[in-house]
Design a protein around this ligand. Structure first.
Ligand SMILES: N[C@@H](CCC(=O)N[C@@H](CS)C(=O)NCC(=O)O)C(=O)O
Length: 182
């Protein structure tokens, strides 16, 4: 049975797993799970992820949640090039430091912008933020424009997707994100 990844590319941790797997030519079955359609609450997905969040992995009988745990599993299972997760103790510790830090220092604020900024106002998060734009350019260069665009097409078109969406769907999701900041 092929390795399965349950993903919604609206979600940042899903995009990180997706990019990591693709960049390393790890073959997987893309199991699309639509968060805004509430598919995480379905009976089937409950068997894959107890916490009902994406990303989630299934490898045979083994299921795993949490983007970082999934990427480390993939790195070890597929022996990805050393620079991704170095064998050297201190270099590896440096990667672990970043992986621990990013949850609250970067990722949470991304969700905040997505949910708190007025939908439909054409928010460009890169406008007036040269450091953020330079970082985006470095990521794009490192992973390649094609993969970058493929992974981000949904979120970069989010204003349009959210505008055309049944607003009740967003209302289910929004309080969960807002709770993170209270
Ligand atoms: N710390 C987790 C976060 C996973 C997470 O919060 N996933 C969100 C999407 S970004 C989700 O599935 N939410 C569904 C829900 O709360 O109903 C990770 O890094 O994988």
């Amino acid at each position: 049975m092929a390795l399965e990844l349950y993903l919604d590319l609206f979600s940042q941790p899903c995009r990180s797993v997706y990019i990591f797997a693709k960049k390393n030519n790890i073959s997987f079955d893309f199991k699309k799970l639509s968060l805004l359609d509430g598919q995480q609450y379905g009976e089937d997905f409950g068997k894959i992820s107890l916490i009902r969040k994406v990303p989630a992995l299934r490898d045979g009988d083994f299921c795993l949640a949490e983007s970082i745990a999934i990427m480390l599993y993939l790195a070890e299972k597929f022996k990805t090039p050393d620079f991704w997760y170095p064998a050297d103790l201190q270099q590896r510790a440096r990667v672990n430091e970043y992986l621990s830090w990013q949850h609250t220092a970067i990722r949470m604020h991304g969700s905040e912008i997505f949910c708190l900024r007025p939908v439909g106002a054409g928010v460009d998060v890169f406008e007036g933020r040269p450091k953020l734009s330079a970082w985006r350019d470095r990521v794009q260069e490192a992973i390649g424009k094609e993969l970058f665009d493929e992974a981000h097409q949904y979120i970069l078109g989010a204003q349009e997707s959210v505008k055309s969406m049944d607003s009740s769907k967003m209302q289910v999701f929004k309080p969960k994100i807002l709770r993170l900041f209270m």
